[in-house]
Design a protein around this ligand. Structure first.
Ligand code: ATP
Ligand code: MG
Length: 288
């Protein structure tokens, strides 16, 4: 496949994994332990579903803030949270630097998990900030007063590498990207890696690509094996956990409850729990 050959050649010039730092003798890390942005250059590859389930999985062990950085507001919807007005959402916080983030955050959407919802008005707010030159650092600024409140922050982004996604990456220290059995999604993974390299070089962010995960693994499909094989041939940080294709996933979206919560013992929930462990371990190998 021509496209997969391109992925093999593109690879990743930046540090896929940084060396492990010794756990002992170091001061306790400053909170939060991980600020994770889930990104892709392509839409519909399972970002929101992965972000929602990782946030729910991480919330079993510590306080989590889930931040919806997609004007389509799908992350909130995965938990049944909808901002009816822009001033109930991240859009208001971008519009007004003096707005109080804690007043907008929905508390305990599920135990241990707070959510900062999006709203379609995020699109206009982002465009205005971009023309004023403030978009790149906007989400980092919004989250700064909240950092001490959370052990983990999970940011869901839209399926592109535009200004809002860059703002989310600038607020993160770790990035996860996902792919499916579609060869185009593998090319998208390589594009995310290049995007991160570029913006680290520009000093817009210090976030590191901590993982590349298959978010919809169809074990019977040849395409999925080919895509995973192509990514395995690169130096991208391909994660061992593959989230299986499962009917329970769309059903859980309809039920407004991520599958980790609705069917915690199902194979697909186990995969998300394992993915949360794997991503966290990779993020903790990145030196501060
Ligand atoms: N493991 C899975 N098994 C079955 N369906 C899945 C799985 N993961 C995601 N899906 C489905 O794939 C579709 C796209 O998922 P999702 O909305 O998470 O993608 P996305 O990358 O966030 O999309 P967008 O770019 O539009 O934000 C949804 O219908 C979702 O239910
Ligand atoms: Mg989405």
């Amino acid at each position: 496949m021509v496209m997969l050959g391109t992925v093999r050649r593109m690879g990743h010039s930046g540090p896929a994994h940084r060396p492990a730092s010794p756990a002992r003798g170091l001061p306790l890390p400053t909170l939060p332990r991980m600020r994770l942005a889930v990104c892709s250059s392509k839409g519909g590859v399972g970002k929101t579903t992965t972000a929602a389930n990782l946030a729910a999985a991480l919330a079993r062990r510590g306080r989590v803030l889930a931040v919806d950085v997609d004007p389509q507001d799908s992350l909130g919807r995965a938990f049944g949270v909808v901002a009816k007005r822009p001033d109930e959402s991240l859009a208001a916080l971008l519009d007004d630097p003096d707005a109080e983030a804690r007043a907008v955050i929905r508390r305990d959407v599920v135990p241990g998990l707070d959510l900062l919802p999006a709203h379609p008005a995020l699109e206009t707010a982002a465009a205005q900030l971009a023309s004023a030159g403030g978009l790149v650092t906007s989400i980092r600024r919004v989250l700064r007063p909240l950092l001490a409140d959370y052990e983990h922050i999970v940011l869901d982004t839209r399926g592109d590498l535009g200004g809002l996604t860059l703002a989310a990456v600038c607020a993160a220290d770790a990035v996860l990207t996902v792919f499916t059995s579609d060869p185009g999604s593998a090319l998208g993974v390589a594009r995310v890696a290049a995007f991160l390299d570029q913006h680290r070089a520009y000093e817009n962010t210090s976030a590191v690509l901590v993982g590349v995960a298959c978010a919809v693994w169809d074990e019977r499909g040849r395409a999925a094996r080919e895509v995973a094989g192509a990514l395995d041939d690169t130096d991208l940080p391909l994660l061992a956990t593959r989230v299986p294709l499962s009917r329970r996933v769309p059903t859980s979206t309809l039920a407004k409850r991520p599958v980790v919560l609705s069917h915690p013992t199902s194979p697909v929930a186990s995969a998300y729990l394992a993915l949360a462990d794997e991503v966290l371990a990779a993020a903790e190998r990145v030196p501060a």
